[in-house]
Write a protein that binds this ligand. Structure first.
Ligand code: FAD
Length: 318
């Protein structure tokens, strides 16, 4: 019965997706909501975000992510909770561990969902397919249903819940479960929020014409907008931005509240990575550019004139 949310941690604190999924789980009203934590960290906010119980798997082998150890810990947590629906973020961990968890538990898996609803007590997912051209409902018939949910699919409101009971789960982990040894962790060059979790993105295309102009025109606008930088593949191939910044079919799939596209034509492969963004602002000097068909707001103009104006206005907002 109920919904278990696997809550990812970073630097000892829950990631934003934990609050997002816990609050959505409560709103679904499909039974008690609990949280699953793997490793150590400050679990105090999980109750406030709606978890009645926190199941926590601790072990010295859970220092760095390793598929084998995590899947074993997840399986133990799911069994201990007795939940019939399990939610996780469609993050690198969710994408790696949940297909294996699905196989281990014999549980159906809906991946990359962007919406969830309670259909007569059963949780049903909705996900984009064919590069976002259609949406399908994912109904899981196995006893336990797993869903990975794209970050930013649901708003995060005030954390008004109480304290959660913490239950320690022994997953019987040992060194033999660690199939990957992490030898070094490198911090990303940019300190901005991960693209897949970013709430705001400012992305640029081939039209920026050089790395120097990408850095001089787009990055300062992104900084003022408190946004993460994205890029089209044309811009990445031309060396204006790093591959980790590419949005689209062969880059990152993003789901921000605000996506500002500067001089991006809106090729189908780019749209595949960003068309679920809540508000899309497109700046393009070609009024016929395909991106305008998907834009919430369109500005027909030269980005080299529009971007500094946008930046100036955003600076006024502080
Ligand atoms: C298998 C495959 C996978 C792919 N994967 C991806 C992917 O993951 N991500 C991705 O982005 N692409 C991907 N592509 C490439 C995709 O098809 C497009 O080529 C690419 O998205 C185009 O990038 P762009 O919009 O920056 O460039 P263009 O298509 O060249 O568009 C530039 C736009 O800028 C406008 N413009 C020019 N100058 C200015 C100016 N001064 N001010 C305002 N507007 C201006 C133009 O009107 C035009 O609309 C993939 C392609 C293939 C075949």
């Amino acid at each position: 019965m109920g919904i278990l949310v696997y809550c990812e941690f970073e630097n000892g604190r829950p990631r934003k997706t934990a609050a997002e999924l816990l609050q959505k789980a409560v709103a679904l009203g499909a039974g008690p909501v609990s949280a699953l934590v793997i490793g150590d960290g400050d679990t105090s906010s999980l109750g406030a975000n709606g978890a009645a119980t926190v199941y926590q798997v601790s072990s010295p082998v859970l220092g760095s992510y390793s598929t084998g150890a995590w899947v074993k810990a997840l399986a133990a947590g799911v069994k201990a909770s007795g939940a019939t629906t399990v939610l996780a973020a469609a993050s690198s961990v969710g994408r790696d561990a949940f297909p294996r968890l699905s196989a281990r538990l014999g549980a159906g898996l809906g991946v990359e969902v962007t919406d969830l609803r309670n259909d007569g007590g059963k949780v049903v997912g909705r996900r984009p397919v064919y590069g976002g051209k259609a949406l399908v409902d994912v109904v899981i018939n196995s006893a336990v249903g797993l869903f990975t949910v794209r970050p930013n699919s649901f708003p995060v409101g005030a954390a008004n819940g109480g304290a959660a009971a913490v239950v320690a789960v022994d997953a019987g982990l040992s060194d033999a479960d660690v199939d990957v040894k992490v030898v070094e962790t490198l911090a990303p060059a940019s300190k901005s929020v991960d693209l897949t979790e970013a709430d705001r993105i400012v992305a640029g295309g081939r039209s920026l014409k050089s790395k120097e102009q990408f850095d001089a025109v787009l990055r300062p606008l992104a900084a003022v907008a408190k946004a993460t930088v994205g890029a089209s593949r044309a811009a990445v191939d031309a060396g204006y931005a790093g591959h980790s910044e590419q949005v689209g079919q062969t880059g990152q799939v993003v789901n921000p509240t605000l996506y500002i596209a500067l001089g991006i034509s809106g090729a189908i492969q780019h749209l595949a990575g960003m068309r679920t963004s809540r508000v899309i602002v497109a700046v393009n000097k070609d009024a016929e550019a395909p991106i305008f068909q998907y834009a919430t707001y369109g500005i027909v103009g030269d980005l080299f004139e529009v971007a500094p104006l946008l930046q100036k206005e955003l600076e006024k907002l502080g």
